[in-house]
Ligand binder design. Sequence first.
Ligand SMILES: [Zn+2]
Ligand SMILES: [Zn+2]
Length: 227
Amino acid sequence: MESEDDFDMHDVNESGEDDFYSGRDDDAGAMASYDDSDADDADYEFIDNDSDDSVDYVSHSHQQNYTILSEVDIRQRQEDDITRISTVLSISKVEAGILLRYYSWNVSKVHDEWFADEEKVRRSVGLLEKPVVPFPDGEMICGICFETYPYDLLHAAACGHPFCNSCWSGYISTAISDGPGCLMLRCPDPSCVAAVGQDMINALASDEDREKYSRYFIRSYVEDNRK
Ligand SMILES: [Zn+2]
Ligand SMILES: [Zn+2]
């Protein structure tokens, strides 16, 4: 039937146009991030591509062409910075990650602040040298739900304040859905400044939350290096 054929043709054209225009939008977005005046070697661009939910990292070179850094490259640079700080300051890699995040991934700033006044840095960042309460070795009461648990079902940050795995999981999940502030998470005890690092997240969060946290972690590295 002639009229139905016409209708089908029109339908195909319309969807073709949609694809064409959405493709052009993506290109325009990528071009807009290009900046001739900026020849900084270590300046990263962060582009969210809505169409496939992937993330591209772009660095300007001195030739003012794009150098595409893969996520693997970025993670390697981030890992190198963490390892350097961990080695020089004799702290764990998790602590080095918290410290670098606090000082916007500025390695020399972390270095200077730490050796100027380690105590002050530890206090403001929440890196405790020893627990403020002894971690339980028998049964203890969770500080959130007030149920009694054997110690192997409780976790604590460096401070020692015990909370059950289920309360930790809820606490972490709420923080992660609130956004990148979860990277500076502290102990649930309101009077406590102890930092909660990626090791706790990996042990206590759901797979989905772990993945989100990991995205925030690398994203903060990219965004802080643009500044
Ligand atoms: Zn609990
Ligand atoms: Zn605490």
